[in-house]
Design a protein. Structure first.
Lengths: 580, 598, 354
């Protein structure tokens, strides 16, 4: 085992493991998938838990930025590995007596208050308690989990699983005070009080207000559900449902919005008896930020999707009951910062879609009115934090959606981890840095035949049995998980040719399944000291080395097996954080 | 039902297994009972990325040449295949790689070059190979399987040929290649067939003959073996080497001997020595080797010692083009030896002819006590054809040509006795009372040196006249006419390997309504004057296509018959293109009268 | 020495057309005549040259070879210098570099691109698992597969029953096959019919000898299963219970545009590629025509699909004109309505081609 802080090695890990790089929490994906391939689901679960304390939850509802980045999904390589399903299988298939491992630090005597028991608050509380701090979470709802519990339908995330993982995250002595709002209202704990009582305060209250939709005839800022009982914000619809209220929808349901919440609302509405459920998009399917699988299941449940329309008004009868929604036709406009498109309404193109229920799920925003002090905000109204994670108020930190605006659970968790580290540094002065751990591997861990395994489809509940709380995705079986795990290229494996021992026989080039082994004259070194472009050459006299292009390499091991002089080495690379 | 006539061309880069695939294909279809003619083109370099093409024509009845256009064309390497895509006939199939390893520069994938009239079949050959065998190197087997599946050929012959071919490399290699074939076969079967390439089922074969697949050189070796060759001396040279290689394996098994000598002079000398000693002896070489042998051939002519020289021609002069075909050693074979040194020169026109000529050459050499040169060329040496062999055994006379003189008591043995047919009694060392001298000097009937004017004249006449018997040699086709009987517009007069292309061109011309005929001349010395003269008298115009620059055969014909012929002398380094002959036939048919008049 | 300079010539314009159907071929013809020097390339995943898909039902009446369906001979393409790259798949369009990326990793550079990939048969997502038990009818090869699977006087179950399917259905009835129609909202697609007209023409279909099953009443189709021994090869199961057997089951739920490869190119897409009546997309170098494009309708204030041979052919002509500097606008040439022919059988303007 070797350790390196050479920028070339660190650069290699950062660019060559696309999934880990894409994961906001930095989950070591190849390592846990390898463990699953070896049948070690418990070990896989633990590797996940190092970066994300809720693997079972995220294995179900994650937005999967890793899969979009997966090398197996690059052009010509097929479909990405089912990383998320594998995460879930690690949690589902681990031994019933599985023991969690935690690396505990000595108590520091510092006390930290965390506001909000959503994904960011729980993740930060967990990490801070590991680091030896005493943590108290304040949560205004009756149960912890935040949007995970109150926003996501049970058919996507069964509550018993959520309860177990939240409990595991907080059992190291984190005090959880539910039903305890923080704010300025009656019976609420003031933030200034917390700042006085604790060494640090972390705000992780997320985005708990729906983005407003201006509709003709409704005063700006007014909740349209007060105009008609048939119109509601999706966030309220879901939260009420999960607080235990009976919700009803009409026969024809229109959902406006393009995210997971919109899809969730539509699917709940379908389960509540909506016969014709339609999701209306401002842009088009190409640009909506949900996974393929989720979109497919939504359509499979009979929900229709229509694009290029923005709701502009309601058609109500005299009793305030909804007759239809007036839309305006859009065309696609320019690009937004996040890679999505703008929708530009076309004048005079209004039309009406008749419907009985309208659910508005066009996004969520932060709420700041609970703060009893001036905190600097950015132009979107989100709290601004400095490099050390602190807001403009000393000792007051913030993490997750409360900082970034509405995003995803994994982003909140990833961000909370970083902020927890920064709070720790601020409180007790510990510093950390990253190094690469390089472990020699004796033989390729894969076979070329693995490359032809198709992505394993997630087994799902048959359509007629899809009720409100019945989980739709059934999870991969042990066999399916094992097959899917084999598909992973194990991008943490680094193949290198020892130029001093290479005899330039080109046997490796002849067996290469891709254009992955190259004759090069030189390698570019980038500004940060990492390797850049390979300078290929066709002239034998200019060949300086035969080089494995790890960007093209699919880790099939064919070159390793064929090399007559064993000059190809394989190492397993892992970015680890060490205390300075 | 229409007879089968399908030509499949495989094109790839060295290392793609193109030639190996062609070999499996031709053997498998031959085993299935089809007739085959096949020729491979490959680069001279042993390593590297040169172009390889294997063309296989599969027919119900034996055909004589490759077709101008293939019915199925396979690209295993687009950079080599793109220039050849025009060789596919309309409605023919072009099979290519749809999943290449590396990115392809614009315009360098064959899909953009396929003519509108072709049917493209883009197949993930590499992927199928990788999935079935774990590696991408069995693409050639995958494509064979694909062809078999698409065209409805039964896989069993392919599988047994694959087993035979790879069995030395172990059962794992066999099963891997068979798996590749299977993967392709399944893909081929699953493909909806759009081209109109059809195999028609075969009738049951005749029991009295067996069909084997041989290359020209293999047929020569087989002919030698069936004629009970005793000794072979040789020095390797492309494209004759494989004759020696095959005999080196086969001869010792029968207790016969093969010796690789230090050069061609020695090989020829040793052959003459063996012939003198009564053994059947042969050597094989190409143009440059023939040059070295020419003095020794003169010795055999003068001493009247039987021996056989197989000469496979290649591009010349000098080292020339060792891996390209040509017919430019005719003059050297006929006239290469100094002095009035006529000997027998025969040139087979197809692989079966190689077999027959090889066997018959020994009969003639012994019967007429003279060297016999059998002229092949690279195209004929290396091309494969199905050859029909009589089950009843080799058609060669093994003993009749070793007449032992019967000596009366007190009679003096005259080794070079002047007889009516010019053939003297031949004895071999050790025959009682037949002690005699052989020498390169002119000699009298006893073999003693003599430079008497009358004796030299008599002996010269004898050495020439005795050869005329060869024109009537039993069971040997000296020349043969094909095509329309009687008067024709165009006659094709041809020799050696080019005759197949002539015949193909003649059939196409006939199909176009041009009255024409073709004659092959197998025996070039002595020359069959009468049949050729008769043929030429029937033709408005005679076209002589041959693969040399000087028109050596046309010279020969014109010199002997003093009649005009139209020459089609080309040196493409490859077989004479059928369309070149056909184009000339068309031109001559249009203006036949003018051609004669000029 | 003074070099002789030829007048600096403009390199020929590279027109690339993705799609080998009515629109693509009409456009190719127009491009050739308007720009004799231009390089015209058609890219298609089909093995065959352009053939008339409207003739596919005839395959069931007589033994037709695909050559008889071809609209142009191979010589036509040679003569007009229209290059057709067949049996290749387009994976992406790189609008920045102006290149079409093919699955075999070859880029094809264009100066002007026409997307004319048409539509493919839509299969509702809930039937996705049954796809392998269904027979499509989009290509010659698929039509021949149906013909092979269908015994003499066999039964075809048609799901949906768009006008493409009903065209086949009337042919099948004429050769004494049984046709079972399971209705769906896409029955009579692309005609948009009122409930009254729908009822009327369902009765016409019954009169013609078709078995009509009310799909909505049956709760819709939930699954297709292989038939058991002794019964026809396929079983169609309804949500409310009940089933129907057939030798072949064919989905005819209308078409969805084939646009996946355009995703990420920056070209505006809703369901189809969004264009104005001049068939220009939001990218100056990319046009779209045929069943793949959604055309802005000034009257209806909406993006609309226009189906039918004549409409699509007109789009091909407009695209060719505008790709070569013209400024023409597509106007609907064919208005769809259901009617009855002399025998009282169903007829449709969508069945007209020439």
């Amino acid at each position: 085992m070797q350790f390196s802080d050479d920028p070339r090695d660190i650069g290699w890990v950062r660019t060559n493991i696309p999934c880990q790089n894409a994961c906001p929490a930095g989950t070591n994906v190849p390592a846990y998938i390898r463990s699953i391939a070896e049948g070690l689901h418990g070990q896989a679960y633990e590797i996940n838990r190092e970066s994300n304390v809720l693997p079972s939850v995220l294995g179900r509802i994650c937005s999967r930025p890793c899969e979009s980045a997966c090398r197996h999904g690059w052009p010509g390589n097929g479909e990405p590995v089912g990383i998320c399903s594998l995460k879930r299988s690690a949690a589902d298939l681990k031994d019933s007596g599985h023991r969690i491992t935690e690396r505990l630090f000595a108590p520091t005597g510092k006390r930290i208050a965390v506001v909000g028991a959503g994904p960011s608050g729980v993740a930060a509380a967990h990490d801070l308690s590991l680091l030896g701090h005493d943590v108290v979470i304040f949560e205004k709802e009756e149960k912890p989990g935040g949007m995970l519990r109150y926003g996501i339908p049970e058919f996507r995330l069964p509550r018993p699983l959520l309860d177990i993982e939240l409990h595991n995250a907080l059992r190291l002595g984190v005090q959880l005070r539910t039903g305890t709002p923080v704010g300025v209202g009656k019976g609420a704990v003031r933030v200034s009080t917390l700042l006085a009582d604790f060494d640090a305060v972390l705000l992780g209250t997320g985005c708990m207000a729906p983005s407003r939709l201006d509709l003709r005839g409704i005063p700006p800022g007014q909740d349209p559900s007060r105009v008609s009982q048939d119109v509601e914000y999706g966030l309220h619809f879901l939260m009420d449902l999960h607080r235990g209220q009976n919700k009803r929808v009409g026969r024809r349901v229109a959902v406006v919005g393009a995210g997971f919440t919109a899809l969730d609302c539509a699917r709940v509405a379908r389960r509540l008896g909506g016969m014709e459920v339609t999701i209306h998009l401002r842009t088009s399917e190409e640009y909506i930020p949900v996974t393929h699988e989720e979109l497919f299941e939504t359509k499979r449940e009979g929900i229709r999707i229509k694009g290029l329309r923005t709701p502009v008004g309601l058609q109500l009868d005299d009793n305030g009951r909804l007759l239809g929604v007036e839309f305006v036709q859009n065309r696609l406009g320019g690009w937004r910062d996040n890679g999505r498109r703008l929708a530009v309404p076309i004048d005079g193109s209004e039309f009406v879609e008749t419907c009985d229920t309208l659910i508005i799920a066009i996004g969520q925003v932060t709420v700041n009115d609970f703060l009893d002090m001036r905190v600097e905000l950015d132009r979107w109204g989100n709290v601004r934090i400095a490099e050390n994670g602190m807001t403009s108020v000393s000792g007051l930190f913030a993490a997750g959606d409360f900082v970034h605006g509405a995003s995803t659970a994994i982003q909140a968790i990833g961000h909370a981890r970083k902020i927890a580290d920064k709070i720790d540094t601020w409180l007790v002065g510990r510093k950390r840095r990253q190094v690469v751990q390089m472990e020699p591997v004796a033989a390729p861990l894969r076979d070329h035949a693995f490359d032809f395994i198709q992505r394993q489809a997630m087994p799902t509940t048959p359509l007629p049995e899809r009720q409100l709380t019945r989980e739709v995705e059934c999870g991969l079986t042990r066999d399916l998980a094992s097959e899917e795990a084999k598909r992973c290229y194990l991008c943490d494996l680094r193949y290198q040719i020892n130029v001093d021992r290479c005899i330039y026989c080109r046997a490796c080039i002849e067996v290469a399944p891709r254009n992955c082994i190259k004759l090069i004259s030189d390698v570019e070194i980038q500004k940060d000291g990492s390797y850049g472009q390979l300078l290929e050459t066709k002239e034998w006299s200019r060949v300086a080395a035969i080089w494995i292009d790890n960007n093209e390499c699919i880790r099939c091991g064919a070159c390793f097996k064929v090399c007559p002089v064993a000059c190809i080495s394989i190492t397993r690379n892992k970015l680890i954080t060490v205390d300075v | 039902m229409k007879a089968t006539d399908i030509q499949i061309a495989l094109c790839g880069s060295a290392g793609d297994g193109t030639i190996a695939a062609g070999d499996i294909l031709r053997n498998a279809v031959a085993r299935a009972g089809y007739r085959v003619i096949s020729f491979d083109v490959y680069p001279p370099e042993i390593r590297g990325f040169g172009k390889c093409i294997s063309r296989v024509r599969i027919t119900t009845e034996q055909s004589y040449a490759l077709k101008r256009q293939s019915d199925v064309f396979v690209s295993l390497d687009d950079s080599h295949a793109i220039p050849h895509v025009g060789e596919v006939r309309p409605d023919g199939a072009v099979i290519f790689e749809s999943q290449p390893v590396a990115t392809v520069a614009e315009g360098h994938h064959i899909s953009g070059h396929i003519h509108p009239g072709h049917i493209p079949y883009g197949i993930p050959l590499r992927e199928l190979s990788e999935k079935s065998t774990g590696g991408g190197r069995s693409r050639n087997l995958v494509v064979l399987g694909y062809i078999a599946g698409l065209l409805g050929l039964a896989p069993e012959h392919f599988l047994s040929i694959i087993e035979k071919k790879f069995t030395k490399q172990g059962s794992e290699v066999v099963s891997r290649n068979q798996a590749g074939f299977h993967a392709g076969f399944q893909a081929g079967t699953a493909t909806f067939k759009l081209d109109n390439v059809f195999f028609t089922p075969l009738g049951t074969p005749h029991g009295s003959e067996q069909v084997v697949m041989l290359s020209g050189n293999a047929a020569v070796a087989q002919g030698c073996m069936d004629a009970h060759l005793d000794t072979f001396f040789g020095y390797p040279i492309t494209p004759a080497t494989s004759i020696m290689e095959r005999l080196a394996v086969a001869l010792p098994k029968r207790g016969a001997r093969l010796l690789q000598t230090e050069d061609e002079i020695s090989a020829m000398a040793a052959s003459i020595g063996a012939g003198f000693a009564g053994a059947r002896a042969a050597t094989a070489t190409s143009g440059p080797g023939l040059a070295l042998m020419s003095e020794m051939i003169g010795l055999a002519t003068m001493a009247e010692v039987p021996c056989v020289v197989f000469v496979s021609q290649r591009g010349g002069p000098s080292t020339g083009m060792p891996t390209k075909t040509e017919q430019s050693d005719l003059n050297a074979a006929l006239y290469g030896s100094p002095g009035d040194s006529q000997h027998i020169v025969i040139a087979p026109t197809n692989v079966e002819g190689c077999y027959r000529c090889a066997g018959k050459a020994f009969e003639m050499a012994e019967r007429y006590q003279t060297p016999v040169i059998v002229l092949l060329d690279l195209y004929l040496s290396n091309r494969y054809e199905t050859v029909t062999l009589a089950v009843s055994g080799p058609p060669f006379n093994l003993n009749a040509n070793k007449p032992r003189p019967r000596l009366e008591a007190g009679e003096v043995y005259k080794r070079y006795a002047l007889t009516d047919d010019g053939i003297s009694p031949r004895a071999i060392p050790g025959d009682a009372g037949c002690m005699h001298v052989i020498t390169g000097l002119e000699h009298n009937e006893l073999g003693r040196p003599s430079d008497q004017e009358e004796m030299h004249a008599a002996m010269s006449r004898k050495r020439h006249d005795k050869l005329l018997g060869a024109l009537q040699h039993p069971d040997f086709t000296v020349s043969k006419r094909f095509g329309d009987p009687g008067r024709v517009k165009v006659g094709l007069l041809s020799w050696g390997s080019t005759f197949g292309e002539c015949l193909e061109a003649m059939f196409m011309a006939q199909a176009e309504g041009i009255p024409c005929a073709a004659m092959k001349v197998v025996m070039l010395a002595p020359f069959p004057v009468q049949p050729v003269a008769d043929f030429m008298a029937d033709c408005d115009v005679v076209l002589v296509p041959e693969c040399n620059y000087e028109g050596q055969f046309a010279h020969l014909v014109q010199g002997i018959l003093a009649k005009p012929v139209v020459r089609l002398s080309r040196v493409p380094g490859s077989p004479m293109p059928v369309e070149a002959i056909l184009g000339e036939v068309r031109r001559l048919a249009r203006g036949a009268v003018t051609a004669i008049a000029s | 020495m003074t070099a002789h300079h030829a007048s600096p010539s403009v390199p020929p314009h590279r027109y690339v057309i993705i799609g080998n159907g009515v629109a693509g071929n009409q456009a190719a013809e127009g491009l050739r005549s308007r720009d004799p020097e231009g390089l015209v390339t058609i890219i298609t995943n089909n093995r065959l040259l352009f053939y008339n898909r409207y003739l596919l039902p005839l395959l069931f009446r007589s033994h037709k070879d695909w050559r008889e369906l071809q609209s142009h001979s191979a010589d036509y393409y040679q003569k007009h210098r229209i290059r057709v790259i067949r049996d290749v798949r387009v994976t992406a369009v790189d609008a920045g570099r102006r290149q079409v990326m093919l699955a075999h990793k070859e880029p094809i550079t264009y100066d002007t691109l026409l997307v004319a990939t048409g539509g493919r048969s839509y299969l509702p997502e809930e039937l996705a698992d049954s796809r392998h038990l269904l027979n499509s009818f989009g290509t010659y090869e698929q039509a021949m597969a149906v013909k092979k699977a269908l015994p003499d006087r066999g039964t075809v179950v048609m799901l949906g029953g768009d006008m493409i399917g009903l065209d086949l259905a009337r042919t099948l009835l004429s050769i004494d096959c049984r046709v079972v129609l399971v209705t769906h909202e896409t029955t009579f697609w692309p005609h948009q019919v009122t409930p009254e007209v729908r009822m009327e023409f369902l009765n016409v279909l019954r009169d013609m000898g078709m078995d009509v099953i009310d799909g909505d009443a049956a709760g819709g189709v939930t699954a297709i299963e292989p038939g058991t021994a002794g019964l026809p090869a396929r079983r169609v199961v309804f949500r409310q219970g009940g089933d129907v057997y057939g030798d072949v089951v064919m989905p005819f739920y209308g078409l969805v545009p084939s646009v996946e490869f355009m995703m990420g190119s920056g070209t505006d897409i809703e369901r189809g590629i969004l264009v104005g009546t001049n068939l220009r997309t939001n990218d100056n170098h990319i046009f779209a025509a045929g069943d793949v494009c959604q055309i802005w309708s000034e009257q209806e204030h909406a993006y609309r699909f226009y189906y039918g041979y004549q409409n699509v052919r007109a789009m091909g002509a407009v695209a060719a004109s505008n790709m070569t500097g013209g400024n023409e606008h597509f106007a609907i040439t064919q208005n769809g309505s259901l009617s009855r022919d002399g025998r009282g059988h169903i007829d449709s303007s969508f069945w007209a081609y020439d």
